[in-house]
Design a protein around this ligand. Structure first.
Ligand SMILES: [Zn+2]
Length: 67
């Protein structure tokens, strides 16, 4: 059996990726909330790394509605 282990984007802790982990890829709801909150606060605005900004981040003038 292969066990997929990922690093929690919130804290970097190793997280076993399985169906029972509903917070995956996060280790816990806490890290998930933190990450969502960070996105909401636009803390992910890239500092010195603007090449990684997804192009759709720039389309704020367009409707945000997606299928
Ligand atoms: Zn975590």
């Amino acid at each position: 059996m292969n066990r997929l282990v990922v690093n929690c984007p919130g804290c970097g802790k190793k997280v076993v990726w399985n169906a029972e982990n509903r917070y995956r890829p996060f280790c816990s709801e806490r890290c998930r909330q933190i990450d969502l909150g960070a996105w909401a606060a636009e803390k992910y605005t890239i500092e010195g790394n603007s090449e990684n900004i997804p192009s759709n981040q720039d389309s704020k003038n367009h409707s945000v509605t997606e299928q």
